[in-house]
Design a protein around this ligand. Structure first.
Ligand code: FES
Ligand code: FES
Length: 153
């Protein structure tokens, strides 16, 4: 199906089977491999990207349903060589270990801070409950979100 999607600010046209997942379009067709294939069933958040500013799971979203919409991925977050403040905060606070979950966490964090620039710890934990991390124990991730919020205010 003919599908037009603006990806990280650039309008692109695709001819995709109706069953193509947004995550596969991004990773396999466009080489945008930041969003990860973790569980494939909507439970880990590793595939989180934004569609029209809202966080969505790329493994649960059909590419054709993004027709006419804007998709933002982790690759679109930084400004050239400058990391986005959220990316920098994750590094500064040691919130990245293997890194598999990190792009999804960062895209969820961005959605949270767009909505709520000064979240409490419980609001952070609640918002990020759909993102799973096997390595960090979450403490440093929460600190990273708090630091990013402070830096962005
Ligand atoms: S890969 Fe999409 S939620 Fe796990
Ligand atoms: S840093 Fe390894 S899964 Fe989160």
């Amino acid at each position: 199906m003919k599908t037009t999607i603006t990806i990280n600010g650039r309008k692109r046209e695709f001819d995709v089977p109706p069953s193509t997942l947004l995550l596969n379009l991004l990773r396999d067709d466009l080489g945008l491999t930041g969003a990860k294939y973790g569980c494939g069933i909507g439970e880990c958040g590793a595939c989180t990207v934004h569609v029209d500013g809202e966080p969505v799971l790329g493994c649960m979203t059909l590419a054709v349903d993004c027709d006419g919409k804007s998709v933002e991925t982790i690759e679109g977050l930084s400004d050239g060589k400058e990391l986005h403040p959220i990316q920098q905060a994750y590094l500064d606070e040691g919130a990245v270990q293997c890194g598999f979950c990190t792009p999804g966490f960062i895209m969820s964090t961005k959605a949270l801070l767009d909505e709520n620039p000064d979240p409490s710890e419980s609001e952070i934990r609640n918002y990020l409950k759909g993102n799973l991390c096997r390595c960090t124990g979450y403490v440093n991730i929460v600190k990273a979100v708090q630091k990013a919020a402070e830096d962005m205010r």
